[in-house]
Design a protein around this ligand. Sequence first.
Ligand code: PLP
Length: 406
Amino acid sequence: MSAIRIAARLRRVKLSPSSTATDRLAQLRREGRDIVSLLVGEPDFETPEHIRRAAIDAIESGQTRYTQTSGTLALRQAIAAKFARDNGLHYDPREIIVTVGAKHAIFNALSVSVEPGDEVIIPAPYWVSYPDMVLACDGTPVIVPCPETDGFLLTPAALEAAITPATRWLVLNSPSNPTGAAYNAAQLRGLADVLLRHPQVAVLTDDIYEHIRFGAADNPHIVALEPALRERTLVVNGVSKTYAMTGWRIGYAAGPSELIAAMDMLQSQSTSCASSISQAAALAALRGDTGFLPDWVASYEERRDIAMQRLNAIPGLACYSPDGAFYLWVNCAGLIGKRTPAGGLAGQRLDSDLDVALYLLESAGVAVIGGTSYGLSPYFRASIATSVEVIEEASRRIAAAVASLV
Ligand code: PLP
C-alpha cells in the first residue's frame, strides 16, 4: 500500500482542459506536426514598456522582499482608485487583497467559505476552472445551462430556479470566457432583484475581461447598480488580460472585510504574498497610461470580424458575435452526425463537439477546445488572440476539413 494518498475531494478534480489541450499541442509539435493553434487564452501583445520598466526598477531598488500578505499598500490604494474610476465601486484598501492571479483569488475565496454540501451556482458555458475549484473545496457546483436563445446569459428565472437553501455563491463572469457575452444594466438589474430575495447567496464577479469590450458598450457592475449587494459580493479582477501580464501572476479581490480577512489568513499560511516585483509592475499598470488599450481592443475586434466572416461561411458552423474578451464561440451542430472521410479517423461519426475538436486537430491540424469542456454543447471555442495570418490559415483548414465530411 502506498504511503501517498490523494485526498478524496481532489480525486474529483480534473486537469484544466485548456492546459491538457496546450500540452497535447506541444507534444504534437515536438513530433513534427504542423498545427495551427486557436487555443491561446492570453493576449498576444507584449507587456507595455513602462510596466516592464517598473519591474526592473523594483529589482534594482531592492523591492525584492516579502510584502504585506494582502499586497503593498500602494498597490491596494491603486486598486481602490481603479474600482472608483472604472466601476463606480468604493473600497478601502483594507477591503482589498492582492493575489497570485485572479484564479488564486477565486480559489482562496471558495476555500475559506465553501463547506461540504454548499452549492455554487455556475452559469454555463463557464470558464473551465469554476466547477473544479468548487469540487476541490468539497462544494457542489450547480451548473445552470444558459442557451444561445438567452444569449448565453443567466436569466432571472433560471437563477431563481437554481437557488436552494444550500446555495452559498453565484459566479458571474462578464464578458465571459468562453462566449464573450456580457450583461447589460437591465439584465444585471433582473439578477439583482432575484438576489435581493435570497440573502444567503453571495456573489462572485469575475471581471477579468472588463476592458476588452467591443462597440460602445458600457461596463455596468452589479454592485454599482444595486449597492445592497456590496456586503455579500466579492469583486475579482486582475492585470493578466487587460495589460498582457498573464505571466506576472497578479490578481486582486475586494469585498466584505471578514471574507478578505479570511482570505488574508489563508494566504499568510500558503503563498505569503504575491511577488513583490510583479506587484510593482501591477502598480505601474494601474496608475499608468492606458493609451495602448483602444488599439489593442480595435485589433481584437478586427480579428473577431475576420474570423467570424471566415467561419460563418463554412456550412455547418455559426459563430456567436461576442461583446468582449478574445474568443469565438462557434456552434457546430451542423457537423454532428457527419462521418469523417477516408484517412486517419476514417468513417468515424462525429457524435459530439469533442469529436469535432479531435477531428479538426487530427485531420486539419487546427487546435480548438470542444464546448463540452465549458458545460454547453455542441460548440467549440476558438481564440482570436492570435495573428490574422493564423486565423486565415486555421479558417482555410477548417473549411477544407468540413467540406470533406460525408
Ligand atoms: N477568469 C477567467 C474568466 C479567465 O478566463 C481567466 C484566465 O484564463 C482567469 C480568470 C485567470 O486569470 P489570472 O491570470 O488573473 O489568474
